[in-house]
Design a protein around this ligand. Sequence first.
Ligand SMILES: C[S@@+](CC[C@H](N)C(=O)[O-])C[C@H]1O[C@@H](n2cnc3c(N)ncnc32)[C@H](O)[C@@H]1O
Ligand SMILES: [Zn+2]
Length: 163
Amino acid sequence: MARKIVAKKSAIHGDGVFATEAIASGERVVRYKGKLRSHEDVDTLYGEQPEDGHTFLFTLNEDYVIDANVDGNVARFINHSCAPNCEAVVHQNKNGKRHKDKIQIEAIRDIAAGEELTYNYGIVLHEPHTARLKKLWLCRCGSPQCTGTLLQPKRSKKAQPPD
Ligand SMILES: C[S@@+](CC[C@H](N)C(=O)[O-])C[C@H]1O[C@@H](n2cnc3c(N)ncnc32)[C@H](O)[C@@H]1O
Ligand SMILES: [Zn+2]
């Protein structure tokens, strides 16, 4: 499926990924690839680096993170949007082998050739959204629905469905 997309300069941020042909709603566009690391390894490797709001890390599940800094593919250049045309879907391994779970970027509506592909990164920080963090995670998706930030609201306890 990767033949239908190309990475190039984006008005949202740096490089983005664009459709070179029409993509139908529901189509699997590309798998998010990279080195599989434990959360502990990621903390050790990157925890000391100053936060700059740029990441190629994708949380796969409670055990693993996909680190697209190493062995990453074109999917790592897909930007975030508050009105995305794709979503990132975690496909769980049927035998519960968490290291075999996969992330697929899938179209959630028909996408025309030339459109930039985006998905909602769904970043939820558990710390307070300080002015510094809001500035780091400023959203430039440009959609009318833009919330101005890549950070998603923390889940309110009241909004949680009953167990
Ligand atoms: C996975 S990279 C996407 C590729 C990125 N454009 C690049 O050239 O490296 C994710 C980073 O891109 C930037 N980014 C993605 N979507 C953005 C948006 N809507 N507004 C501002 N920055 C964005 C942020 O720095 C984010 O951490
Ligand atoms: Zn936005």
